[in-house]
Write a protein that binds this ligand. Structure first.
Ligand SMILES: [Zn+2]
Length: 78
């Protein structure tokens, strides 16, 4: 294993670590359902992108889940 030739001061370590902070994702409100979504992505809640429905968000859901999701979306549209 590599062995550091010189002592690393706490100050030097701190300066390196000052760049490690994570940035929050850039969330915008979906223009269709108003929920927060990442910019430039298809909305995972309503399936809309650029004013068009591009994915079927009800696919793979049971009849009960589908009904519940429709209710949620209708409520948020108000
Ligand atoms: Zn949406």
């Amino acid at each position: 294993m590599a062995l550091p030739a010189r002592h690393h001061s706490r100050s030097r370590v701190g300066k390196r670590r000052s760049h490690f902070a994570l940035k929050a994702n850039n969330l915008i409100a979906c223009p269709h359902c108003k929920r927060p979504i990442p910019a430039h992505r298809v909305c995972p809640h309503c399936g809309y992108y650029k004013g068009q429905e591009v994915i079927d968000v009800y696919k793979g859901l049971s009849k009960k889940e589908k009904k519940q999701k429709q209710k949620e979306i209708a409520q948020e549209a108000k």
